[in-house]
Design a protein around this ligand. Structure first.
Ligand code: AMP
Length: 278
């Protein structure tokens, strides 16, 4: 596994892989890797990418001024070991000046999708994501790129920007990897105290409860939202949203099937989770 830091090195590695006839897969991450991230590498291979590039870059432009950019967990050595175990081919570990050349002033933004859900509290977040992902795609130029459904709004933003800007890449959505008790894996779970970790189960419980209610005949999205909110509030977390939305537009759903999403804060840690509602 090669660890590279420059655009020229990534491009040389990708060029060699293509010359050898390989499809190139790409998995962008912010590091502090867990099994959820590693499942994306495996999925890229399962989807036919014989050569997989993983980027590890904590992107400053997707963090707000009072968010955890400086404190975000960083562990390149640990990440490299984990990526070796799933046979990633290249780890791209750029510094900020590599991704945003001095004087960079170009931004990629979307009009409507970022205004929903996480965008309400994080108004600049998805512009930062769209900008960095566009830059990374242009650096790596993969055939396919894998993103987790864990960040469902992000996945939809990326699908939209790839479509709108005609980026020549196939986007693959990966199922959410969970701990055995149901908590969605997240680098931010490391921030949770033991008590918060226990209470954080409310997110996956609320989503499972919504599906159970739908199965039992509750088809009104607003009623399902209220039930999810009640489960999350009972955990003592601060609920940012509990929403049932159209998966493509992220507008409030008017019927099922739909996507259910929750965001809850425990202390300073903000957790998100989501599920399809059939
Ligand atoms: P991050 O490092 O948090 O920016 O995540 C990098 C990629 O991993 C994104 O596409 C995430 O959606 C994905 N991801 C994070 N957590 C999980 C998870 N529990 N299951 C599946 N994918 C995940």
């Amino acid at each position: 596994m090669q660890i590279v830091r420059t655009v020229a090195e990534v491009r040389a590695a990708v060029r060699a892989a293509r010359a050898a006839g390989h499809r190139v897969g790409f998995v962008p991450t912010m590091g502090a890797l867990h099994d959820g991230h590693l499942s994306l590498v495996t999925l890229a291979r399962d989807q036919g990418a014989a050569f997989v590039v993983v980027s590890v870059f904590v992107n400053p432009t997707q963090f707000g001024p009072n968010e955890d950019f400086a404190a975000y967990p960083r562990d390149l050595d640990g990440d490299a070991d984990k990526l070796r175990s799933v046979r990633a081919d290249v780890v791209f570990f750029p510094d900020v000046e590599t991704i945003y050349p001095r004087g960079a002033e170009t931004r990629v933004s979307l009009d409507a999708l970022p205004k929903h859900l996480c965008g309400l509290d994080r108004p600049h977040h998805f512009g930062g994501v769209a900008t960095v992902v566009t830059g990374l795609m242009n650096i790596v130029q993969p055939d396919l790129a894998v993103f987790g459904e864990k960040d469902f709004q992000q996945l939809q933003v990326i699908r939209r920007l790839v479509r709108d800007l005609h980026l020549p890449v196939e986007i693959v959505g990966a199922p959410i990897a969970r701990e055995t008790d149901g908590l969605a894996m997240s680098s931010r779970n490391a921030y949770l105290s033991p008590d918060e970790r226990r209470r954080a189960l409310a997110l996956s419980k609320a989503l499972a409860g919504a599906q159970a209610a739908a199965d039992a005949g509750v088809r009104d999205p607003r009623q399902l939202e209220a039930a999810m909110r009640a489960v999350c509030e009972a955990s003592g977390g601060q609920v940012d949203y509990a929403a049932v939305v159209d998966p493509d537009t992220l507008d409030p759903a008017t019927s099922l099937p739909a996507r259910a999403l929750v965001a809850v804060r425990f202390g300073r840690t903000r957790l998100i989770d989501n599920a399809a509602l059939s």
